[in-house]
Design a protein. Structure first.
Length: 180
């Protein structure tokens, strides 16, 4: 059964209260369409299953153990690189849509705090899991460090272009029709 927007909003609210200040301990990808996040808080540990399967797309806490492949897939390695050790900051749905965002406060390669977001689009036949990488936070904790572009003399070498960042869908203005 596909989740509708109201059910997904209630589920996101329950997950937000169940996973306060939890940290990502391990990330596994048992199948092509499923990601399993092992989360740890001060009092308990959880397994968060994000499934983008065609017939059973879901987001849930589970106690089942899954067998992992011998070599992790590339998407799993990408998630491990950017999300391992991150702390759950927020879990929220896109009002009126079947998209849930999981925001994590992580550190990047330079040690700066960044907010990375994992979006679960549960649209029936068109399910997807998307990692949205954030920019470094500029605050007192990070000392206001940002990116620094080193100047170099012009040469015949082409400058390296930055990859395009994927942006989340725009938030809609009408209020959510169902109270939480």
């Amino acid at each position: 059964m596909a989740l509708d927007a109201a059910t997904l909003a209630l589920l996101a609210g329950e997950l937000k209260t169940a996973l306060p200040e939890a940290r990502i301990d391990k990330i596994h990808q048992p199948t092509r369409d499923e990601v399993l996040l092992h989360l740890r808080s001060r009092t308990a540990s959880f397994r968060l299953l994000l499934s983008a399967r065609l017939g059973s797309a879901r987001v849930c806490l589970t106690n089942e153990s899954y067998e992992n492949p011998a070599a992790p897939p590339s998407f799993c390695m990408l998630l491990r690189k950017y999300l391992t050790g991150g702390r759950v900051v927020d879990i929220y749905p896109l009002p009126g849509d079947r998209i849930v965002f999981f925001e994590f406060l992580c550190t990047n390669e330079l040690g700066d705090l960044v907010t990375n977001t994992l979006a679960a689009e549960l649209m029936g036949r068109y399910c997807n899991l998307v990692l949205l990488r954030g920019a470094p936070l500029k605050s007192e904790e990070t000392g206001g460090r940002g990116r620094h572009q080193a100047s170099c003399p012009r040469s015949h070498v082409q400058p390296r272009r930055r990859p395009r960042r994927q942006a989340p869908p725009l938030r809609r203005r009408p209020p959510f029709p169902f109270p939480l």
